[in-house]
Design a protein around this ligand. Structure first.
Ligand code: PEP
Ligand code: MN
Length: 336
C-alpha cells in the first residue's frame, strides 16, 4: 500500500506509520515535491485502505496488492493445468469444447457429439438447465437432459460440461457431468460458487454479463478459497452500447487474465457475438490473443434449434473452422 500525504505534520506522519507497525508491516517514508510518501511492504490485508483515507494529512491511498490472492500470478507463477478426461487446459494445447446450446434429445446430441469429435473437439457441451431471460422460453430437459448427456458422453467418448444453476443440484449434477459450468448470470452467485468448490469437479467459470476483470477473478477466488483449484475461466462477451452483436467479445481479457492469473482462459465466441458468421473469425482472434481453448455452439440443424440457433454452427461450418484453426495453431506454436 502507498500513502500519499500533503502538508502533513510529523505527528500525522508518525500516526500513519505507527498504524502499519501495529500490524507488523514494514514501512518506509520519503519526501518528494513537498509530499510525504509512505510505502508499506508486506501483507497489508489486515489494514483497511479506507481507514487510512480518513487520517489527517492523508491525500490518497494507493492499494498495490490485488484483492485476489490464490488465483493471482503472484501466488503461483506457473500456469495451472486443468484436465477433464482427455481435454487439457492451460498447457500448449488449444482445447475445443463444442456441442448444442441445449440438450434437446438423444439423437440430436449424439449427432452433434460425433460430428464435433470427428472435427477435433475434445469435449462436449450441452445445457440441461437453461437460464433463459423469459420464463416462457424452453428451460431445458433438466434431469432427463443430464441422463442423455451422460449416455452420449459414454457413447462418443467425450467428457461433458453442463451449466449448474442451483446450489441444490450441484451434488446430483456431479454424478452426470465431468465439468460444471457457472453461467454468466450466476458468476456472482456466491452460494453457488461455494457449493461447486466443494464438488471437487473442474469448473468452467464464465465472465458475468457486466463483470469487471477483478470481479471475475474474485469469483474464481471464491472457488479456489473453497479448496477447488481446477478452474477454467471463460470470456463470453460483455454488455456494451453496441446492439449489432449480442455482446461485445472482450479480447483484452485474454492477455490480461494470463498476466494477472495462473488459471487457463478460454473464449466463447458463440455467446460473445450471437452471430454464427462471426464465430470463425473471432475464434481465430481468440487464439491469436493467447486463449487456451474455445467453447462453440454446434447444432446438427441450427434452424431447428430450440435455443441459440442464430449463433450455432452446422457440423460442416465447425469442421471447416477447425481445419483453419489447426493451421493457425501451428503458426503460433500451439497444439490442436
Ligand atoms: C451457455 O453456455 O449455454 C450459456 C447460457 O452461456 P452464458 O452463461 O455465457 O450466457
Ligand atoms: Mn446458448
Amino acid at each position: 500500500m502507498i500513502i500519499v500525504m500533503t502538508d502533513s505534520t510529523d505527528k500525522q506522519i508518525e500516526h500513519v506509520m505507527g498504524k502499519f507497525r501495529q500490524h507488523e508491516i514494514e514501512v518506509h517514508c520519503l519526501n518528494s515535491y513537498g509530499k510525504t510518501i509512505i510505502t508499506a511492504i508486506g501483507d497489508s490485508s489486515t489494514c483497511n485502505p479506507a481507514s487510512f483515507e480518513r487520517m489527517p494529512g492523508v491525500e490518497k491511498v494507493i492499494s498495490i496488492v490485488t484483492p485476489f490472492k490464490l488465483v493471482s500470478r503472484e501466488f503461483r507463477r506457473e500456469n495451472t493445468i486443468v484436465t477433464v478426461g482427455n481435454a487439457v487446459f492451460g498447457d500448449k494445447n488449444v482445447s475445443v469444447i463444442a456441442g448444442p446450446c441445449a440438450v434437446e434429445g438423444y439423437e440430436q446430441l449424439l449427432e452433434a457429439a460425433l460430428a464435433v469429435k470427428k472435427a477435433g473437439a475434445c469435449m462436449l457441451r450441452g445445457g440441461a438447465y437453461k437460464p433463459r431471460t423469459s420464463p416462457y422460453s424452453f428451460q431445458g430437459l433438466e434431469k432427463e437432459g443430464l441422463a442423455i448427456l451422460k449416455a452420449v458422453s459414454l457413447k462418443a467418448g467425450l467428457p461433458v460440461v453442463s451449466e449448474v444453476t442451483d446450489p441444490r443440484t450441484v451434488e446430483m449434477m456431479s454424478e452426470y457431468v465431468d465439468m460444471l459450468q457457472i453461467g454468466t448470470r450466476n458468476m456472482q452467485n456466491f452460494v453457488l460458487l461455494k457449493e461447486v468448490a466443494k464438488s471437487g469437479k473442474p469448473i468452467l467459470l464464465k465472465r458475468g454479463l457486466s463483470a469487471t476483470m477483478e470481479e471475475w477473478l474474485m469469483a474464481a477466488e471464491y472457488i479456489m478459497a473453497g479448496g477447488n483449484e481446477n478452474i477454467v475461466l471463460c470470456e463470453r462477451g460483455i454488455r456494451t452500447f453496441e446492439t449489432y452483436t449480442r455482446n461485445t467479445l472482450d479480447l483484452n481479457a485474454i492477455p490480461l487474465i494470463k498476466h494477472l492469473s495462473h488459471l487457463p482462459v478460454i473464449v466463447d465466441p458463440s455467446h460473445g457475438t450471437g452471430n454464427w458468421r462471426l464465430v470463425n473469425p473471432m475464434s481465430k482472434a481468440s487464439l491469436g490473443a493467447g486463449a487456451d481453448g474455445l467453447i462453440i455452439e454446434v447444432h446438427p440443424c441450427p434452424e431447428e434449434a430450440v435455443s441459440d440457433g442464430q449463433q450455432s454452427l452446422t457440423p460442416h461450418n465447425f469442421e471447416q473452422m477447425m481445419r483453419e484453426l489447426q493451421c493457425l495453431a501451428m503458426a503460433i506454436d500451439r497444439v490442436m
